[in-house]
Design a protein around this ligand. Sequence first.
Ligand code: SF4
Length: 78
Amino acid sequence: MVKYKVTLLKNECIMCGACAAICPDFFEMDEDNVSHLKNSIQNGDKWELIINTENEKAEIQEAVDACPVDIIKIEEEN
Ligand code: SF4
């Protein structure tokens, strides 16, 4: 099964709210009004979440496309 790693560079978020509006299953604005990737784990300056379905990838891709500062990434994970 293909797995994907979603990463969010939370420190670079400009708080526009687009990801949480478009993809609320995976993103929410935290108490500081910065994007939070739900159920993710912090790894240095990145917040990471492993997903393993194409449906999840498609849903998150909408947030990737909407983010004006391009800080949400999806990459294949071995
Ligand atoms: S779309 Fe990008 S800049 Fe806007 S809240 Fe989400 S992560 Fe932050």
